[in-house]
Design a protein around this ligand. Structure first.
Ligand code: SF4
Length: 303
């Protein structure tokens, strides 16, 4: 076991006392990941919440992750440590946007990235994650697919599923969108021997320089299995830090030091301790909306 701080020790004591399960996303600070029962991507967070035997589940991530866990585990108390940790990409798509697109394209199915609110999921046909998006798109019978909100993930999926027509929304993740083609060219020039793994939330012109494109969990798997002595990671920089700690024999770099999600960094050990001590902040959902959103998530899980 790593050397734990007093706050981390107190978190572990309280977790036991309160019989809570702590699930942390790969982008939250390592000090929080180190006291979690599981560190995973948003899809695994929701399914682990669903399968949990503990009555309380703490989702160390942004709000939509807490909502997804509550949708799949409605009988559990779901808490998030930072009430103001939102996802700017999720906020870029509204229910009105989806309804308008549906009106303009009545024969299209709506495929919604999990990085969206429960309200948007409720007016969508099926959800997807970055790791399941291609599989989900292939499972849809309709020839046309409205994809919300991430334009970059949509373009990536559209390239892999050429027999469908994709109608794109204009949302994006500011953290991944910020990275430019010049950044990745510079990183490759600085580390010419490195293998390059990039998340599909990045721009198309960044993806074309990658040896591997995949979700956070798939990038971690790629880095662990790669025989390359150096790896450049094209997603939130906590992944590069985690991999470097885990694989000291390799050199792990982030494409750029600007690869930071400020909302994920709000989930500090102090915020997690407060969450356990005061049992806040609880996720509650409108029941009618939750029932419809749950159907879209369920279709993804069964796909
Ligand atoms: S990394 Fe991007 S998509 Fe993920 S939570 Fe942060 S802003 Fe949202």
């Amino acid at each position: 076991m790593k050397n734990l701080s007093d706050i981390q020790k107190r978190i572990l004591e309280l977790k036991k006392e309160k019989n809570a399960l702590i699930l942390a996303h790969y982008y939250v600070p390592l000090e929080v990941q180190d006291v979690a029962d599981h560190v995973c991507d948003s899809y695994a967070m929701a399914t682990k919440a669903m399968d949990a035997t503990e009555p309380t589940v703490i989702i160390c991530g942004v709000r939509f992750m807490g909502e997804s866990a509550k949708l799949l585990a409605p009988e559990k108390k779901v808490l998030i440590p930072a009430i103001d940790a939102g996802c700017p990409m999720a906020d870029m798509v509204t229910v009105e946007d989806v309804l308008k697109l549906k009106e303009e394209h009545p024969n299209a199915a709506v495929m919604c990235y999990v990085n969206s609110s429960a309200a948007v999921k409720a007016v969508s046909d099926i959800c997807c994650t970055s790791s399941s998006a291609i599989r989900v798109a292939n499972s849809i019978d309709n020839d046309e697919i409205i994809f919300v909100p991430d334009i970059h993930l949509a373009e990536y999926v559209a390239d892999q599923v050429p027999d469908k027509k994709f109608i794109l929304h204009t949302g994006f993740c500011p953290t991944h969108h910020r990275v430019t083609e010049a950044d990745i060219i510079a990183a490759k020039k600085a580390h010419p021997e490195a293998a390059v793994a990039v998340h599909p939330e990045c721009r198309k012109e960044v993806l074309k320089h990658a040896d591997f494109v995949g979700s956070t969990a798939q990038i971690i798997d790629f880095a662990r299995k790669s025989e390359a002595p150096e790896i450049i990671i094209g997603t939130e920089m906590e992944i590069a830090a985690r991999l470097q700690r885990e694989m000291p024999e390799k050199k792990v770099y982030s494409v750029t030091s600007a690869f930071v999600c400020p909302n994920m960094k709000k989930v500090t050990p102090e915020a997690l301790l407060n969450c356990l001590e005061n049992e806040e902040f609880e996720i509650t959902l409108d029941e009618a909306e939750a029932a419809a959103a749950r159907e879209a998530l369920d279709r993804m899980v069964k796909c």
